[in-house]
Ligand binder design. Sequence first.
Ligand code: DC
Length: 233
Amino acid sequence: MEKKLITIAIDGFSSSGKSTMAKVLAKNIGYAYIDTGAMYRAVTLYCLNNNLIDGDTVDTQALEKAMPTIAITFSVDPTTGASLTMLNGVNVEQEIRDMRVSGKVSIVAAIPFVRRALVEQQQKMGQSKGIVMDGRDIGTVVFPNAEMKVYVDASAETRAQRRFDELKAKGDTSTTYEEVLENVKYRDHLDQTREESPLRKADDAITLDNSTMTRDEQNQWLLDLYNSIVAQQ
Ligand code: DC
């Protein structure tokens, strides 16, 4: 029997490992994967490249005018099969992950018209179901009716260590663990206290605290949950 397609929403703090987990699940079950954080990061990169951010202030007037011209799409790297974030046709996958963007993205993600535009695009991407989407507000705002909702939690220290290891592996030797921890805590605070769609667990989401789990254990946990939910459909 054909398995029924469902919508899978995975929300949680930054560097909780949710993207890695979501990607593996999508690959295992043949679903599309959308990293919504990458979309907020791409808008932030656009702002930085066009001098629309001064300190913690965004030129919202200019950004609102530019929003309809900012096209964010995803393509697949033909050799590695990895998902690539494209900003107006240019591959920005590497650039959107650096500390320059990480330091400003929470400010851009708090702007109501930015969220409205991106949420609308995300809802279009998921209208045929068969999608795994990760972010902060997927189970609460983007797809409140998603059949499967997961809220990923882990301590700030665990997440900062993971992020620090990732940066080191990419050759960044100038950023310290303390700086990363500070950035993680700062983003947690902004993500949870912003007025527009703050990060919060949907009432019907299942929490996964992966602080002490290996990647394989997390992937298996997610796959088991998916199988049990699909079996009930
Ligand atoms: O998951 P990430 O760290 O790449 O997300 C980058 C930023 O974007 C983070 O500060 C939270 C924000 N974000 C959001 O507000 N809503 C989403 N659906 C996804 C990310």
